[in-house]
Write a protein that binds this ligand. Structure first.
Ligand code: SF4
Length: 362
């Protein structure tokens, strides 16, 4: 990690979701949620595999009914990722999910009714060492809190979370993660800040119902960026109305942009201006598309001219700085050669692969 980007991380307890540690000094993990019909095991597993390939580390499936709960055993058996069952209200679905071998539950204990039901679920979680995420959502706060606070304010959301936490703590259960999601960024950030001062449980962060891939990416980057910069957040999910694979890509870009995780290339490219004399936008897009799934971490710069270009390109592992119908190709600060405009993409990609190969041999 880049030392100048180091930001103190809030100290939290650590728990495990299957093989993935969450909290403490564990890396901030990237989660997503399937949007297939959970009862369709083949489709759900296909999506989980796509998510895993994109870098997803924990996956959640909705469990709306008995048939979905029954499907979890086969999904768990075929999933390369730890599996979390998302349960609302029905404790029997939670018990089925646990029997199916899930690695985590998302469930609000205050919403499942009689204490004996909560006790049964908590006992089953304890036996299997399965954590519970309390997921407070601004859109579904308890009626009593809404009446008292008037709106789903940060304080109301935190009070809701503390109420659910207390239910579990009273039963001696502390393998808890908490999320406090609202679709409004300022409310979400404030709620997490408030809760972070009061408990040391790991926090799952996200902006819920953030929107489509375009607007949701921006909202998530802003909201999660503020929290992460303040050291808040142990695992994250970006919520997008779209392909969940995009959620994973966006989640990784947010973490990479803050220097909190490394995965694949970090792209640097200039916005272009009147000084640019090559078709840089097309070059940058093509380079990003072609190197998108490269697992190795390295910085790739595509710059339009000699004003800022050589500086950035030199700092990068591999870079291009455009000139008039041509570009300079850099590698680790050294000029490799001049390339013609129509060779820019191929030359850069060949240099990236050569560097990766050499690193692999060392
Ligand atoms: Fe303009 Fe050159 Fe800066 Fe790109 S690097 S924005 S072309 S001055």
């Amino acid at each position: 990690m880049n030392s100048e980007a180091a930001m103190p991380r809030r100290r939290t307890r650590q728990l495990r979701v299957g093989a993935v540690a969450v909290g403490g000094d564990a890396p901030i993990s990237v989660q997503s949620m399937t949007n297939t019909d959970t009862r369709d095991v083949a489709a759900t597993l296909a999506q989980i595999n796509d998510l895993a390939a994109a870098g997803c580390e924990i996956v959640r499936c909705a469990v709306p009914d008995e048939a979905a709960a029954q499907a979890l055993a086969a999904i768990r058996a075929g999933s390369p990722l730890p599996l979390i069952a998302d349960i609302h209200f029905d404790y029997r679905l939670a018990l089925h999910a646990l029997a199916a071998g899930v690695d985590g539950l998302r469930l609000n204990p205050g919403n499942i009714g009689a204490r004996w039901k909560v006790e049964e679920v908590v006992r089953a979680c304890s036996e299997r060492q399965v954590p519970i995420r309390i997921g407070v959502n601004g859109g579904s706060l308890e009626k009593e809190l809404l009446e008292r606070y008037g709106h789903p304010t940060p304080e109301a959301m935190v009070e809701s979370a503390l109420g659910h936490i207390r239910v579990l703590e009273d039963l001696g259960f502390e393998a808890i993660k908490v999320s406090l999601k609202a679709s409004d960024i300022r409310r979400t950030v404030e709620a997490y800040r408030l809760l972070a001062r009061q408990v040391d449980y790991p926090l799952h962060i996200g902006i819920t119902e953030a929107g489509t891939t375009w607007s949701g990416t921006i909202k998530s980057a802003v909201g999660l960026g503020v929290l992460l910069y303040e050291g808040i957040g142990d695992t994250l999910r970006v919520s997008l109305t779209g392909d969940p694979v995009e959620e994973v890509r966006v989640g990784w870009e947010i973490l990479k942009s803050l220097g909190l995780r490394e995965r694949g290339p970090l792209f640097v490219s200039c916005p272009t201006c009147g000084r640019c004399q090559v078709d840089l936008i097309a070059v940058a897009e093509e380079v990003e598309r072609r190197l998108h799934d490269l697992p190795q971490t390295l910085t790739v710069a595509v710059m339009g001219c000699v004003v800022n270009g050589p500086g950035e390109a030199r700092e990068a592992d591999v870079g291009l700085a455009g000139g008039k119908g041509q570009a300079l190709l850099f590698r680790k600060g050294e000029i490799v050669r001049k390339v013609a405009e129509n060779e820019m993409v191929e030359a850069l990609i060949a240099e990236v692969h050569a560097l990766v190969e050499e690193k692999g041999r060392r």
